[in-house]
Design a protein around this ligand. Structure first.
Ligand code: A3P
Length: 294
């Protein structure tokens, strides 16, 4: 009996040594092939467009690696002054055949950014995700409101901020309104990059039916189609699509994504929609994308 026991023990030990060796070789191989790469595509915005959902969903693709945090390299002077090596260090490890993507929504509205990105890589691919402009403005407001409430501070109502009390017109000084004038920012970007280098994602579609939008992005990035319906499932409790990876590992976006918006006075909403309309027409004309916007 004791002979058999020691034989089993010996065999188990041998097996453990083999496993350890195999794993450490694998680890070394992995270490050798992993590199840091500058992004070949950037999600430049727009804030509250669905930038996080887009990044997370794209990273379901085996050839895509995401920078998890917003890097804010091109919009923050202090970061930019640290140089491109600093930017590269912020990128995740990837295999050479993979592409790295980062998202920093402030890029879209920050004046210096297009020129800075152009200087780094003039052929980079630019992803812009937009939502119906009035909804985006309300979403933007809701995020700020929540921040104030967390600090026990009071904040104006949306209606008070979007309308200029003196003129009774839409208050274009209010940032949440300005950010929704997509064409104004896009036209600035077009001084540096041709329109072919941009792909516009419909953020409202990404909420209700993400797969067709993701397939368009795969095409734009010249990636084989790999994201499938299996990877995305509707979670009724969240009211949003969540992500499913291999081996049944799944996750939904954080609770800060998909907030309940405050009710907005209907006539103010319509006034905003009328205000955005001509800008939207211009945006549609430039980009060639159509939307179900009023
Ligand atoms: P709301 O919170 O207004 O609903 P960003 O990541 O750019 O800040 O955008 C946030 C928005 O992403 C959310 O705005 C939400 O509507 C949208 N979104 C799109 N797909 C989502 C998903 N699968 N889960 C949660 N939010 C999603």
């Amino acid at each position: 009996n004791s002979f058999y026991l020691s034989l089993i023990f010996h065999l188990l030990k041998q097996h453990a040594v083999c496993l350890h060796r195999r794993n450490s070789t694998r680890e070394q191989l992995r270490m050798h092939h992993l590199i840091k790469q500058l992004p070949r595509a950037i999600i430049i915005g727009v804030r509250k467009g669905g930038t996080r959902a887009l990044l997370e969903m794209l990273s379901l693709h085996p050839a895509v690696v995401k920078a998890s945090q917003e890097v804010h390299f091109f919009d923050n002077d202090e970061n930019y002054d640290r140089g491109v090596d600093w930017y590269l260090k912020k990128m995740p490890f990837s295999f050479p055949h993979q592409i790295t993507i980062e998202k920093s929504p402030a890029y879209f509205i920050t004046e210096e950014v297009p020129e800075r990105i152009f200087k780094m890589n003039s052929s980079i691919k630019l992803l812009l995700i937009v939502r119906e402009p009035t909804t985006r403005a309300v979403s933007d407001y809701t995020q700020v409101l929540e921040g104030k409430e967390r600090k026990n501070k009071t904040y104006n109502k949306f209606e008070e901020l979007v309308i200029d009390t003196k003129t009774c017109e839409v208050n274009t000084k209010y940032k949440a309104v300005r950010t929704s004038i997509y064409t104004k920012y896009l036209e600035h970007w077009l001084k540096f990059f041709p329109i072919e280098q941009f792909h516009i994602v419909d953020g409202d579609h990404l909420i209700t039916d993400p797969l067709p939008e993701l397939k368009l992005v795969e095409q734009f990035l010249n990636l084989p189609s790999r994201i499938s319906q299996y990877n995305l499932y509707f979670n009724a409790t969240r009211g949003f699509f969540c992500l499913r990876f291999k081996f049944m590992f799944s996750k939904c976006l954080a609770g800060s994504k998909g907030r309940i918006h405050p009710d907005v006075n209907l006539s103010i909403k319509e006034k905003l929609q009328r205000f955005f309309h001509p800008f939207n027409q211009k945006f549609i004309q430039i980009t060639g994308r159509t939307f179900n916007w009023p």
